[in-house]
Structures are given as structure tokens and as C-alpha cells.
Design a protein around this ligand. Structure first.
Ligand SMILES: [Zn+2]
Length: 422
């Protein structure tokens, strides 16, 4: 029997455990925002790791503004075979987005129906965490022994940027290059695909400054709302076509996200809508934009283009006045070509699925950026059992067969990397 076959068999035997651990994690509604029940989720995972022989530590993001008495940001890290190489870090985020409307099942019950495990956070990404935990056990049960080391972490706030989660763990040196060679994040990118990075994110606010006047004589003032509307329209008609022309060489999925994009997240101006109104020309209006930029564009170029758009609009009409404020910047990341981690994972997918693995890049960002930029660990990928399209949707679920297979793939990858050996 081949090693792949043995690992598939052990993963099959762990089917109920995989479902049970996923369901128990789903039943803790670790909803972000605001960051509910993080400690409970961390302790559940930590307890599981301790039971499996890991040295477990908890890391609250003390000093981060998000870490409050009401909503503590608690991360958990387990270590097995500490200090030995090759060293793999398996990381999953414990937070989930709010359930939202449209569910036909209880989003926090973890029910199984027709071979699918339902619940908020099943695909994204509690099934992935369960797969990571059980992949290590499956390798051991198949008779392999640990030659390197495994770190397994449950981190917070991925859905809101990860500053109190993976970023914080990297900044504190809890996760660091000296002790980690490879990182696998079991995010839901489909179980036969390897995700090798993501585009960059630039969130910025444009404020239009007008001049207040009586609303019955708007010609005496300058409407900030009109000014902002002008700018939003120019961004759409002048910048939009240019962005659609640009294509990255990264294998971003879906196809449409291979281009640079711009979205208006929010817009507000003048008097608050619910307040009793007075007749006034709005002297202030603001819009928040979400610009996804390509590796080839870079942040400086993406920002300069916005500055030029504002400057051009102002130069054409001196009554227009805009200010620009950066809200958030995440740079694009890409796993290096020829990464041994990608090769090992591709071989494992090939053996378990009997077809070639597909390399993709994510349309959105995930914690890869922090491992790469703050942790300095370049060999990082996302690979997990869930499917991308189900993330953040009503009736989110993971196919139990995918959960089992992805666990076998992860166990085989640990063997391919030499973390486990016969
Ligand atoms: Zn996720």
C-alpha cells in the first residue's frame, strides 16, 4: 500500500472526528465584528492540541486597541517537536463573519445533511482548522514519526485585517522565521487548488470640502456633495477603464479579479439622514474607496494615480477641494516560484485526487501577507477543504468528503516536506 493510500485510509477513519471537531468549533459563535467568544474558541482548540501532546500557549493581544475586557483578542499556539526542522506552521483564523440573513439551517448548530456540514465558518475556516489538527494525527496513526516540528495556531481577527492575530504574533516574535520553514493556511480555496498569494489592498477616504450656505440659495455656497459626486463619476469613467486594461501575471481567481479594481465602499455627506433637516448646502462629504492593486502596479503607483485624479479635478475648477487619507494598505504577496512547499503540496494533491493541482491566487487578502512581510516567512500558501464561493454566504457548508480528502493531502504534504517520515 502506498503512503498516500495509507493516509487516505487513516483520514477516512478520522471522518467522525473531523466532523465533530469542526462542529464543536462552529458551535462557538466567534463572530467578528465585534469579536465574540474568542477565548472560548482558542481554549477549545488549545485543549485539543494539549490532548494531542502539543505544548500550548495563549497570546492575548495586550496593547492592541481591539483587545478589550469585553472582547479580548486571544490567540493560541501549539508546538510539537519544538525547535526541530523542517518546521511547518499550520494557521487558521478562529473568527467568522456575522451569519446574516437567508439561512435554512441554524448557522451555529453544525448540522450535517446530505454529506455536508453546515454553519457559519465551516468553510471559512473551521473545517480547515479541524483538518490541520487531524492531519498531524493521521500522519502519526499511519505509523509515521515526527522528524521536524509542527506549530499550529488559532488566530483572531483575520476577517478584519488580522492586526491582533497573525500580525501581532509575528510582531511579538511568537511566529518567526528562525523556527518556521513553511506555512499552510487552510483557507477555503477548493481542495485541489493551492493559493500562492493575493493582490494588494488600498482603502482610502476622499473628503470634499465645500462652503455652507442657505439651502434656498445654493448658488451662494459650494456643495461638497456635488463635488464628491463629480469625483466618484470621474473615478468610474476615467480610472475604471484603465484599471480594467491591467492584468496581473498572478493566477487570481475568479478571472475578473485578475484586473485592478476599484469599489466605493461608502459615501456620506451633509446632514445625517435621520436628523431633522435644516436648509443648508453641504460643506463636507466623504467617500471610502477600496482599490485592489496588482503586484505589477505596486502601492506607490496606485496611490499616485488617485492623487493625480484629485489634482486634475481641482485644477479644472478652483472651487473644488479634496483631501485624501489613507485608511489601510496591504501589499500584494506571492509565494516564490519554485517553492518546495508548493511542490510538496502539488505532489500530495496529485496523489490523493489523482489529478494535477491548480495554482491560484486569492481575489481578497488573507493572513499570508503578515507571515510574509512581518514574519519574513516566504514559503506560505493557503490550502484547505472549503470552497471559495461558499465563504461568507448563507448556508455556508463544507462537503465532508472534501474535509477527509484535504486532511489526507495535508498529512501527505507533511510527509513530503520531511516533517514526518517512516
Ligand atoms: Zn478565512
Amino acid at each position: 500500500m502506498t503512503l498516500a493510500a495509507r493516509l487516505i485510509q487513516e483520514a477516512e477513519r478520522a471522518r467522525d472526528e473531523l466532523c465533530d471537531l469542526t462542529a464543536r468549533l462552529v458551535r462557538i459563535p466567534s463572530v467578528n465584528p465585534p469579536g465574540e467568544h474568542y477565548r472560548d474558541a482558542a481554549e477549545l482548540l488549545g485543549g485539543e492540541l494539549a490532548k494531542n501532546g502539543y505544548a500550548v500557549s495563549y497570546h492575548a493581544a495586550v496593547g492592541r486597541p481591539e483587545h478589550t475586557a469585553q472582547h479580548p483578542r486571544v490567540n493560541v499556539v501549539g508546538r510539537l517537536g519544538e525547535g526541530a526542522h523542517p518546521a511547518v506552521h499550520l494557521n487558521g483564523h478562529l473568527d467568522v463573519v456575522p451569519a446574516g440573513e437567508g439561512w435554512t439551517v441554524d448557522p451555529f448548530a453544525g448540522v450535517i445533511r446530505d454529506g455536508k456540514l453546515f454553519g457559519r465558518g465551516t468553510a471559512d475556516m473551521k473545517a480547515g482548522i479541524a483538518a490541520a489538527v487531524l492531519a498531524v494525527e493521521v500522519a502519526r496513526r499511519a505509523g509515521l514519526s515526527l522528524r521536524g516540528s509542527v506549530e499550529l495556531s488559532g488566530s483572531v481577527d483575520e476577517e478584519s485585517g488580522g492586526q491582533a492575530g497573525v500580525a501581532w504574533l509575528c510582531e511579538q516574535g511568537v511566529i518567526r522565521k528562525a523556527r518556521v520553514d513553511h506555512v499552510i493556511i487552510p483557507e477555503p480555496l477548493n481542495p485541489d487548488r493551492i493559493c500562492v498569494g493575493h493582490r494588494g489592498v488600498y482603502w482610502f477616504k476622499v473628503t470634499a470640502h465645500g462652503r455652507v450656505a442657505h439651502g434656498s440659495m445654493p448658488f451662494l455656497g459650494v456643495s461638497a456633495i456635488d463635488q464628491l459626486a463629480h469625483l466618484v463619476e470621474r473615478a468610474r469613467t476615467e480610472l475604471g477603464p484603465a484599471l480594467r486594461q491591467r492584468v496581473t501575471a498572478m493566477p487570481v481567481v475568479p478571472e475578473g479579479a485578475r484586473h485592478a479594481t476599484l469599489n466605493v465602499n461608502s459615501i456620506s455627506g451633509g446632514q445625517a439622514g435621520r436628523e431633522p433637516q435644516t436648509p443648508c448646502v453641504a460643506d463636507r462629504a466623504e467617500a471610502i474607496f477600496d482599490r485592489r492593486f496588482l503586484l505589477e502596479e505596486g502601492f506607490a503607483g496606485a496611490k499616485a494615480e488617485i492623487e493625480q485624479l484629485l489634482a486634475k479635478a481641482q485644477s479644472e475648477d478652483p472651487s473644488r477641494r479634496y483631501t485624501l487619507e489613507d485608511l489601510l494598505v496591504f501589499h500584494p504577496v506571492q509565494t516564490p516560484a519554485g517553492s518546495p512547499l508548493v511542490a510538496a503540496l502539488a505532489r500530495a494533491i496529485g496523489s490523493v485526487y489523482e489529478r494535477a493541482a491548480c495554482l491560484v491566487a486569492s481575489p481578497g487578502t488573507y493572513d499570508h501577507k503578515h507571515f510574509a512581510r512581518l514574519g519574513g516567512i516566504e514559503h506560505c500558501v493557503a490550502y484547505g477543504p472549503g470552497t471559495l464561493e461558499l465563504a461568507h454566504q448563507p448556508d455556508e457548508h463544507v462537503r465532508v468528503d472534501d474535509l477527509v480528502r484535504a486532511t489526507a493531502v495535508m498529512a501527505l504534504t507533511l510527509a513530503e516536506l520531511g516533517v514526518f517520515a517512516a
